[in-house]
Design a protein around this ligand. Sequence first.
Ligand code: C5P
Length: 229
Amino acid sequence: APQWLIVPAAGRGTRMRAACPKQYLLLDEAAVLACTLARLNEAFPEATLLLCLDSEDQWFHESMVPFAHWHRLNGGNERVDSVRAGIDWLTDRAHVDDWVLVHDVARPCVTVADLHHLMDTIRHDPVGGLLAAPVTDTLKRQDADQRVDETVPRQGLWRALTPQGFRYGVLQEAFRTAREANFLMTDEASGVERLGHAPRLVTGRSDNLKITHPEDLALAAQILSAQRA
Ligand code: C5P
């Protein structure tokens, strides 16, 4: 099991056009954030959670956190800044070989089985890996007029999901290098790749969706109820 879980939850969710950030919208009568943390806790109850929230967050309540060991940190302007708050906090606290799992708060449908499958797959790896799903749609590249320029072969292409799990030493180096190079990491793996490592792609469920648009909330509710059935 991972020693550390970092959950970036400082997004303002402007694409949701909602009255509160998307992590506080209700999913099955609980906030999205509470649903996501419940899944993580079910899989890894012994881990220490680093929850990265907006410093002006008015919706968070401690009752949403099921973990025995956890810390609230201040997130930043971008997802990468929020994760970095967690990485920085681990300085002198984590061992280089410790496992750090980073999971988007906006992905409440991750299953306990996938969480365990990820850890079981990477546990002997020196670097780490991520849950991912093969691309199933046909992909088009656009031209300047938003017409099809070409069809991109989808063979070998994956959608990067979370969690992404890496050794602490590897992640620390990835964040240090990305800052120096002014490289915007959109996920942890992209930073690790820049170090020359090849993170493992661990096949995860395609219903591990990231709540992004208003219609995603109802879809997430259906996915959760179907998973329980
Ligand atoms: O915006 P998006 O849906 O891609 O966000 C992915 C994850 O990053 C969410 O869990 C969101 O709360 C988090 N995030 C963050 N800090 C930001 C922006 C996003 O923690 N400044």
